[in-house]
Design a protein around this ligand. Structure first.
Ligand SMILES: Cc1ncc(COP(=O)(O)O)c(C=O)c1O
Length: 404
């Protein structure tokens, strides 16, 4: 008789977005005349920029011509894209990352879930709390997290690093030394980040303790402050302790197109074992390359026209972020984030729980956000709004909230 991977049975249901959808459905069915504004989900709404669409059209035409047709892509990514990334995301920021340290993929969700595979099941992970759920869940599936306590909503073998207004959302070195440290900066869901010198402290800590940092920089394009690192490799010594995950979803609107990459420096080793070689082996075995058309689209992200168009797109969303942040402040809320990330994290008023505030906002302002408790126990009492809606909807939502 076959056996299943029992670790999957340990996973608590992921009720967050389905519970939100159900609540919104129930409300809109009972109140068909109400127009609901959704500022909950982290998906983009602006169309793909024209120069990127043009590059995709060209690539589609190439696929229809025997002379230019491409079959399987190289599993680690086309050279044209890997070099464009190395030049624009790394060399331009004085980071010494070469094209062959970059592994092109179909997005940061897959990479952030898959990367744990190259580490022993005995490793102890540390995560920020609240957190992007994929880091923990993928480790649960691998059997690395111990048992789940539904009361505390915590796993016995996971080290949690609370990030709340009390510590300014800056993770502190945990009492117990972790082997694998997940950092997502700028952060989803809190929209906050840390300075380059604070990140340098994490790099030093990891090198000193023989830990590896999995650094998720999916929101790098939204950084506006000078003292914030765009890549962990801006920190000295990061090449011996850090893997960086990047996505084209939020900087270029590729959530439905699918493209990302992971950087594994050749210097990153466990004894004599190269993590670069391990990830290359894993990627080559289990992944058959991101589509040619999509990689050409990715290349266009780094063209002059692409850069100019995307700068405008990011500015559009960040103008929404500003609108939300200032609007909420005017209405008396305590607000965080929204300066280096497209997320606004607010403290729920009057001691409301995250879900109580969700219901309150839905019923009284017809605005949908995301309860902070859905991202981890330290998210309780907070609420996330995203800047990814249209400007008109963002303004309308804030007008309604201000009237409450
Ligand atoms: C922190 C973080 N990492 C990764 C992802 C997923 O990115 P991708 O669309 O490239 O899979 C998201 C998406 O919301 C995210 O918030």
């Amino acid at each position: 008789m076959f056996k299943v991977n029992d670790n999957y049975q340990k996973l608590p249901g992921s009720y967050l977005f389905s519970t939100i959808a159900k609540k919104v459905n129930t409300y809109s069915t009972a109140n068909p005349d109400k127009s609901i504004i959704r500022l909950g989900i982290g998906d983009v709404t602006q169309p793909i920029a024209p120069s990127i669409i043009a590059a995709m059209h060209n690539a589609v035409d190439e696929m229809g011509n025997a002379a230019t047709f491409r079959g399987y892509a190289p599993d680690l990514g086309y050279e044209f894209l890997r070099s464009a990334i190395a030049k624009n995301d790394y060399a331009a920021r004085c980071c010494d990352i070469s094209a062959d340290e970059i592994f092109v993929s179909d997005g940061a969700k897959s990479d952030s879930g898959n990367i744990q595979e190259i580490f022993s099941v005995d490793n102890k992970i540390a995560v920020c709390d609240p957190v992007y759920p994929v880091y923990v869940d993928s480790n649960v599936m691998a059997g690395r997290t111990g048992t789940y306590d539904p009361k505390t909503e915590m796993w016995s073998d996971v080290i949690y690093m609370p990030c709340t207004m009390e510590n300014n959302f800056v993770p502190e070195f945990p009492k117990e030394t972790p082997d694998i440290i997940y950092l997502c900066l700028p952060n989803n869901p809190t929209g906050t980040t840390i300075t380059k010198s604070q990140l340098q402290e994490w790099v030093d800590y990891a090198n000193k303790n023989g830990a590896v940092i999995i650094y998720d920089a999916a929101y790098e394009a939204y950084i506006s402050e000078d003292d914030v690192a765009h890549s962990i490799y801006e920190c000295e010594g990061a090449k011996t302790c850090a893997i960086e995950l990047r996505s084209f979803s939020k900087n270029a609107g590729f959530t439905g197109v699918r493209l990302g990459f992971t950087v594994v420096p050749k210097e990153l080793k466990c004894g004599d074992v190269s993590l670069h070689a391990m990830w290359a082996r894993r990627h080559g075995t289990k992944f058959n390359g991101a589509p040619y058309i999509v990689q050409r689209a990715g290349e266009a992200v780094y063209s002059d026209a692409g850069k100019a168009e995307l700068k405008q797109q990011v500015a559009y969303y960040m103008n929404n972020a500003k609108t939300i942040k200032e609007g909420l402040k005017d209405a008396g809320y305590t607000v965080f984030g929204g300066v280096n990330a497209p997320y606004i994290w607010l403290k729920t008023p009057d001691q409301m729980t995250s879900w109580e505030f969700f219901d309150y906002l839905l019923e009284n302002a017809n605005v949908v956000g995301t309860p902070g408790s859905g991202f981890g126990p330290s998210g309780e009492g907070y609420f996330r709004l995203t800047a990814f809606g249209s400007y008109e909807n963002t303004v309308a939502a804030l007008e309604r909230i201000k009237k409450l």
